[in-house]
Design a protein around this ligand. Structure first.
Ligand code: 13P
Ligand code: SF4
Length: 304
């Protein structure tokens, strides 16, 4: 089967099963083409709460499918590639948070959506990269533990100086790999380009950016800007998608190694198998933990 034929078969099956395909913007172009909803983590979780379909196929990583299941517990949710995970999501466990809570009863615990449901279950609210600053600003507590990403946490802290933000040593190993020397190199090669950066990057990189935002914010900024050249400081798929979408503009990856192996696992055959019911990972969670984790996501939707 050619790629086109497989896409047509997926679209036919999707209609037959009344399924909704959610794809994170880091997915390949062939997967984005057959998706109903594409976007950043926040958009995908919003869609999961709003779209009425009996079956969701998630093209992204494990925590994204978990979030969809938490928001639509009565629906069947399948992660298209069963091994696609986010290494950052597993960096801390609930025990460490519970110990912090015991020692800091007045503090709030805010977790990035890139976390397991077990961790969300012991936090107060979760945030995405596009909603983190706004949500933390709205918290009534003065002291806040922000986990797991200390770089996103540092970015939030710089925008909310009246709060005491406690950070632990976690983060995205892919975004945190780019250094100020990488930025200096790419800026020297393209001095007129605007630098657009994801807040998971190191502060020394974020400091130099013309714009800092989630994958959706970066896409929107690049589409709307009158500038002609951009350096894209997030997963290199975003530079590829933008080059395709805006052929009159030029997009340079900030660092060629900014590639998330987990996000790249999902292929069209995975989506096809998930729709047929012969592949993927069917999301299932224990009811008590689901209710606790859901509280954390509901707080995000309410405050975001
Ligand atoms: P977004 O919130 O921009 O979707 O980021 C998710 C992610 O995993 C970035 O690495
Ligand atoms: Fe996780 Fe980083 Fe991959 Fe995003 S890019 S899914 S944060 S490892």
């Amino acid at each position: 089967m050619t790629t086109y034929e497989l896409q047509q078969e997926i679209l036919r099956l999707k209609k037959e099963k009344n399924a909704c395909i959610l794809a994170h913007s880091y997915q390949g172009h062939d997967v984005l083409e057959i998706a109903d909803i594409c976007g950043d983590s926040f958009r995908l979780s919003q869609a999961a709460a709003q779209v009425d379909a009996p079956l969701f196929i998630v093209c992204g990583v494990h925590f994204m499918a978990e979030t969809v299941k938490l928001l639509s517990p009565e629906k069947k949710v399948i992660l298209a590639h069963p091994q696609a995970g986010c290494p950052m999501a597993e960096q801390f466990g609930p025990e460490e948070v519970l110990a912090f809570r015991k020692e800091n009863p007045d503090a709030a615990v805010v977790c990035y959506v890139n976390t397991t449901a077990a961790l969300k279950a012991v936090c107060d609210v979760c945030v995405t990269s596009s909603s983190a600053v706004n949500i933390v600003k709205k918290m009534t507590q003065k002291k806040i533990l922000f986990i797991p990403d200390c770089h996103l946490g540092a970015y939030v802290a710089s925008h909310v100086p009246d709060k005491e933000i406690v950070l632990w040593n976690g983060g995205c190993p892919i975004h945190a790999g780019a250094t100020k020397e990488d930025v200096a190199r790419v800026k020297a090669a393209h001095p007129n380009a605007k630098l657009l950066v994801h807040p998971e990057c190191l502060p020394e990189v974020v400091e130099q950016a013309d714009m800092v935002g989630s994958t959706a914010d970066i896409l929107k900024y690049a589409r709307q800007s009158t500038a002609k050249e951009f350096i894209i400081g997030t997963e290199i798929s975003i530079a590829e998608h933008l080059s395709f979408e805006c052929p009159e503009k030029v997009f340079y990856p900030m660092w060629p190694k900014l590639q998330c192996a987990d996000m790249r696992l999902t292929t069209l055959p995975d989506v096809h198998r998930a729709l047929l019911g012969t592949g993927g990972l069917v999301m299932e969670m224990e009811a008590g933990q689901m209710a606790q984790a859901r509280r954390c996501i509901d707080a995000m939707i309410r405050l975001g």
